[in-house]
Design a protein around this ligand. Structure first.
Ligand code: FUB
Length: 461
């Protein structure tokens, strides 16, 4: 059913308002045979045809995610990186009503004519989210005024990059809940896993382990569509090609910004930054020098982590023996501010920050990676710059001697796109016979209590 007050008219439009086709980012991974739910980053609601109407002109709104087919969309290629968005229940496509080029132009469904006001581009914003721009107007698919209510209108608006213009593409079926990881998830010796969701897949960037004194010199990448089956992408950065340090390649992290994948890594107990156009690399040193130098702010400048807040500000966390955070410059290759010290109780290293329901969670490791008691704790704060207070109920993750699981630490957290479903990647001593330099990478589900505290994660074999 069409909502009152909408003009049930759409027009095919002439050339003259078209925008330039984007370089595909997530678009490169779009499966045109699949159905997707489009979940808004700012509101958590899904793109929805109002009341499941099959009529031309029915309004496109947001609604709480469900399995209904009026929330399932197919990307139908119009060529050159442009797509129509076809609703599964009606076969009609998302259309800027009457070919409007104005801010506030309403998005409705209409019979597929392949007109430019029915064509959309898909471009990565920050990790896992895309912006969707209309070809005729160049404006972004936007939840009006960022409203969080069911039924809030979806319109077009000037592309500002705001979170109510960012969408998560959740593949129906395979894109819902991933499978149950089987530990260890990576074969062989790896540690310090950084897990991320990038360009429609899960990725792990670990330390290559099994070397005395943690003397590995290369970084590899692994990816998966389901957290179960992992593809080895080989060496994505070799310190032999980094002119300021060729030793101790440890604990990297990655973030997507401005069309580039930025890869922060520890080398010679300093922090570097490299760049690539794909999450599979190859990464090239971006600075020709460390971003954080030996002893610049403290004893061990290692274990970088980058968190990008909803307003687009990026923060770099790092440090062993104490925790630091600094805002990153928009170039991503410089600190915009001097670091702030945010060390929570028991902190050793391995900061990893995420946000859930407005709370910032700082995960970190306690004890020594050579100890079987190496473990994961967390602190919370109301700002990415802290202060962070160690939570009750820690540690989140620790050894299980009855299962032969020891040395569980250096974790990172990933959210399943569009769902309140979270996984913790971490390393443990290799089974059998591992120790602090022979570690393996595991993943287990992480859940929250109603008050937002993290429930204990039980490590699994
Ligand atoms: O893997 C080398 C170091 O061991 C990491 O940087 C620390 O977090 C610890 O896991």
């Amino acid at each position: 059913m069409k909502r009152p007050g909408l003009v049930a008219l759409t027009v095919a439009v002439a050339a003259g308002f078209t925008v330039v086709a984007p370089v595909p980012a997530s678009a490169a991974t779009i499966d045109t045979s699949a159905w997707y739910q489009l979940v808004n980053r700012g509101t958590g609601k899904a793109l929805d045809v109002y009341e499941g109407s099959t009529a031309d002109g029915a309004d496109v709104v947001q609604w709480a995610p469900s399995t209904a087919t009026n929330q399932q969309w197919q990307f139908v290629s119009s060529g050159s990186g442009w797509y129509r968005l076809k609703a599964r229940h009606s076969g009609k496509v998302a259309d800027v009503n009457a070919g409007s080029t104005a801010d506030g132009g309403d998005v409705v469904q209409w019979t597929d004519t392949n007109a430019t006001n029915q064509q959309w581009s898909v471009t990565d914003t920050t990790s896992g989210y895309v912006s969707i721009l209309n070809r005729r107007s160049g404006k972004a698919l936007d939840v009006e005024a960022g409203s969080k209510t069911d039924g809030a209108n979806v319109i077009q608006w000037t592309n500002t990059g705001a979170t109510n213009q960012q969408w998560q593409l959740v593949k129906v079926g395979s894109g819902g809940s991933p499978g149950t990881p089987r530990n260890p998830v990576l074969p062989g010796y790896f540690a310090d896993p950084q897990i991320e969701y990038l360009a429609g897949r899960y990725w792990i960037y670990p330390t290559s382990d099994g070397y005395a004194d943690w003397s590995g010199t290369t970084f590899r990448a692994f990816s998966s569509s389901d957290l179960v089956t992992w593809t080895d992408h080989g060496v994505v950065l070799d310190l032999a090609k980094v002119n300021w340090c060729h030793a101790k390649a440890w604990a990297p992290t990655i973030v997507y910004r401005g069309g580039t994948y930025w890869f922060y890594f520890s080398a010679c107990q300093q922090i570097g930054v490299a760049r690539a156009s794909s999450p599979a690399g190859p990464f090239t040193d971006a600075l020709g020098a460390p971003l954080v130098r030996t002893n610049q702010y403290g004893e061990q400048e290692i274990d970088p982590d980058v968190f990008v807040d909803d307003d687009g500000t990026a923060y770099l966390y790092f440090g062993s023996g104490r925790a630091e955070v600094a805002r990153l410059a928009s170039s991503m290759t410089a600190l915009a501010t001097a670091p702030t010290r945010i060390t929570p109780g028991g902190y050793r290293e391995a900061s990893n920050v995420f946000k859930r329901n407005g709370t910032y969670y700082l995960m970190y490791s306690e004890d020594d990676t050579r100890s079987e008691n190496y473990r994961v704790s967390y602190a919370t704060g109301s700002s990415p710059l802290g202060p962070f207070t160690k939570a009750a109920g820690n540690p989140v993750l620790s050894k299980d001697t009855s299962a032969g699981i020891l040395g569980t630490g250096h974790s990172s957290v990933v959210q399943v796109p569009g769902r309140d479903e979270w996984y913790l990647a971490y390393h443990r001593f290799h089974i059998p016979g591992g120790d602090g330099t022979h570690r393996e990478v595991c993943i287990d589900r992480m859940t929250f209590a109603a008050n937002g505290s993290i429930n204990t994660v039980h490590p699994t074999r």
